[in-house]
Design a protein around this ligand. Structure first.
Ligand SMILES: *Cc1c(COP(=O)(O)O)cnc(C)c1O
Length: 481
C-alpha cells in the first residue's frame, strides 16, 4: 500500500514545481506581460478577429502537458488580440478599464500565499487589510464609524448585495413583494433590475422617475410618486440614485434625494460604481454632497481606481445591516466564530472561501500613494471637458448636456441622411480603423454616440487622435454618400 502511495506521490509532485522550474514558468510569464505592455501603445483598441479566438479551443485539455511557450503563443493570438483591448489607452467605450500593473502583482502575491481572506480567525492580516480599505472608502463617502462593507468581484455583485441588505433590513416577505415599490430612473444600470429579480423581488413595482434635461432624477417628482403610492396603500421601500450613469455620466441630486428618502423612511442606495472615485478629484464636492446620507453605496475600483477587473465594493452606513442579512449557523464553523470578535467577509457577504481581493488595491495605494490617483482623475475630467468643447465647436457635430463627470453624448447631424444610419456608419468607420473604441446608446429612442474617458492610460494625445478620427471619418462618409 505504501508503495502505491509513494508512486502516486511521485506523479502528484509535478504540481509543485521546484525553484528552478518555477523560474522557468515565471520568467516566461513575466516576459510575456512585459512584451504585452511594451507593445500596448501600438496595439489596436479593437480587433474583430473572432476566428482566432475560436481556434484556442482546438488544442483542448489533454493528459500530457503542453510546453510553456506554445500555450503563451495561443494566449497572445487567441485571447489578447481579438475583441476590445480594454488595457488600451484608446478604449473610450462603455466604462473603460485599465489594469494597474502593481495590482497584478498584488493578485500574484495573494495567490502565491493563498491566505484565507474569508475569515478573520484564519487570516487576521488579510481581513484587517480589507477592513482598512473599506474604512478608507467609507471615510471618502463620509459615512460614520458604524459603517462597513464588502469587497465583491464587481459592481453588479456589490449592488446585488446592497439590495439583499435592504430587503432583510425591512424584513420584506415573499407575499408582500407585489405591494412594494422601488424608485429609479430609466438610466439606472441594468444590474439593479436584475439584482431585484435575483433577490426574489422581481414582482415589486418599479417607478421610473422623470429626469431633468441633464438626465438627473427630479427629486420633486420622486416625492410626488411616493406620496401617490402611499395613498394607494402601497409600500415604498427602496430608492436607487446614481452617481455617474453609464448612459450619460449624470449624477443625481444626491442631497435632494436624501431628503425625500429620509422623509418617507426609504432605504437610499447610491450606485456610484462608475462615478464614485471622482470624489477623490478636486472640485467635485458639490456633485457628491448628500452621498454621506445614503444607506449604501457601490464603488468600483476596477473602474475609477484603474484596477484590473475583479473588484467592486459595497459600503453600508451600518455594518450590522450586512451582518444581519448574511448571518449563518454551521457546526463545522464553531472554531472561527469569536463572540464579539472582528466581523469577517464571511459574516457580511454571501461568500466564504474567496480570493484575497484587498491585496490588489492595497499594493497600488501603498506604493503609488494617493496623489497620482487624484491627479489622474482630475486629468480625466479635464480631458472630457476639452473633448466636449472641441466637438461642440466642430461643424456638424451635436453634443449632449455638459458632462458632470467623464462621459458625454454626441452625434453628427448630416444634412440629408437619417442621423441614426449616418452615426452607425461613423461608429463602424472608427471601429474598422481600430485605434480607438467608442460605443453608442439610445436616449429617449435617439441613437447617440458616447465618449467615456477613464483609463489611466488615456491622455491628451489619445483624445486628440479620437477627435481627429471623428472629424476625418465624418468628412469621408459625407463625400461617399
Ligand atoms: C459598471 C457599472 C455597474 C456594474 O458593475 P460591474 O463591475 O460591471 O459589475 C453598475 N452600475 C454602474 C453605474 C456601472 O457603471
Amino acid at each position: 500500500m505504501k508503495q502505491r502511495i509513494r508512486a502516486l506521490e511521485q506523479e502528484a509532485k509535478s504540481l509543485e514545481p521546484d525553484a528552478e522550474e518555477r523560474r522557468h514558468y515565471r520568467d516566461q510569464v513575466i516576459e510575456y506581460g512585459e512584451q504585452f505592455l511594451q507593445r500596448l501603445p501600438d496595439m489596436p483598441a479593437y480587433d474583430p478577429a473572432y476566428r482566432e479566438a475560436e481556434r484556442l479551443l482546438d488544442s483542448g485539455i489533454t493528459e500530457e502537458p503542453f510546453d510553456v511557450r506554445s500555450v503563451l503563443d495561443e494566449i497572445r493570438n487567441s485571447v489578447d488580440r481579438p475583441g476590445i483591448n480594454t488595457a488600451s489607452d484608446g478604449h473610450l467605450g462603455y466604462i473603460p478599464g485599465c489594469g494597474l500593473y502593481l495590482s497584478a502583482l498584488g493578485d500574484y502575491l495573494a495567490a502565491v500565499t493563498n491566505r484565507y481572506a474569508g475569515v478573520h480567525y484564519s487570516s487576521p492580516g488579510a481581513v484587517n487589510i480589507e477592513r482598512r480599505l473599506i474604512r478608507w472608502m467609507a471615510d471618502l463617502t463620509g459615512y460614520p464609524s458604524t459603517a462597513g462593507g464588502y469587497m465583491a468581484s464587481g459592481g453588479s455583485m456589490a449592488n446585488l448585495t446592497a439590495i439583499t441588505a435592504a430587503r432583510e433590513h425591512f424584513g420584506i416577505r415573499a407575499r408582500e413583494v407585489e405591494n412594494t415599490v422601488v424608485y429609479t430612473t430609466t438610466h439606472a444600470h441594468h444590474c439593479i433590475d436584475r439584482a431585484l429579480r435575483v433577490n426574489g423581488l422581481g414582482e415589486c413595482i418599479r417607478r421610473h422617475i422623470p429626469m431633468d434635461e441633464r438626465y438627473r432624477m427630479r427629486a420633486g417628482e420622486l416625492d410626488n410618486a411616493i406620496r401617490e403610492d402611499l395613498r394607494r396603500g402601497l409600500r415604498p421601500w427602496l430608492l436607487v440614485g446614481s452617481a455617474g450613469t453609464t448612459d450619460a455620466g449624470a449624477v443625481d441630486p444626491l442631497n435632494a434625494l436624501a431628503d425625500v428618502a429620509s422623509e418617507h423612511g426609504l432605504w437610499y442606495h447610491v450606485d456610484a460604481a462608475y462615478g464614485g472615485f471622482f470624489m477623490l478629484a478636486g472640485g467635485t464636492g458639490h456633485l457628491f454632497d448628500g452621498i454621506q446620507r445614503s444607506d449604501s453605496v457601490v464603488v468600483d475600483p476596477h473602474k475609477g481606481l484603474f484596477l484590473p477587473y475583479g473588484l467592486g465594493v459595497l459600503l453600508v452606513r451600518d455594518e450590522a445591516t450586512l451582518a444581519e442579512a448574511h448571518r449563518y449557523q454551521a457546526d463545522y464553523m464553531q472554531d472561527v466564530q469569536e463572540p464579539g470578535g472582528v466581523r469577517s467577509p464571511a459574516d457580511t457577504s454571501p461568500e466564504l472561501s474567496r480570493h484575497f481581493r484587498g491585496m490588489r488595491l492595497w499594493l497600488p495605494l501603498k506604493w503609488h500613494g494617493l496623489r497620482p490617483f487624484r491627479k489622474a482623475l482630475e486629468e480625466k475630467l479635464e480631458l472630457t471637458r476639452y473633448a466636449y468643447r472641441q466637438l461642440a465647436d466642430t461643424r456638424g457635430f451635436e453634443v449632449g448636456p455638459e458632462p458632470d463627470l467623464s462621459v458625454f453624448l454626441f452625434r453628427y447631424m448630416p444634412d440629408d441622411e437619417d442621423p441614426e444610419s449616418f452615426n452607425r456608419r461613423l461608429q463602424q468607420a472608427i471601429l474598422d480603423e481600430g485605434q480607438v473604441y467608442i460605443s453608442s446608446t439610445r436616449i429617449n429612442g435617439t441613437f447617440m454616440l458616447r465618449l467615456a474617458i477613464l483609463s489611466a492610460r488615456t491622455h491628451l494625445d489619445t483624445i486628440d487622435r479620437a477627435l481627429q478620427q471623428l472629424r476625418e471619418k465624418a468628412g469621408e462618409l459625407l463625400q461617399h454618400t
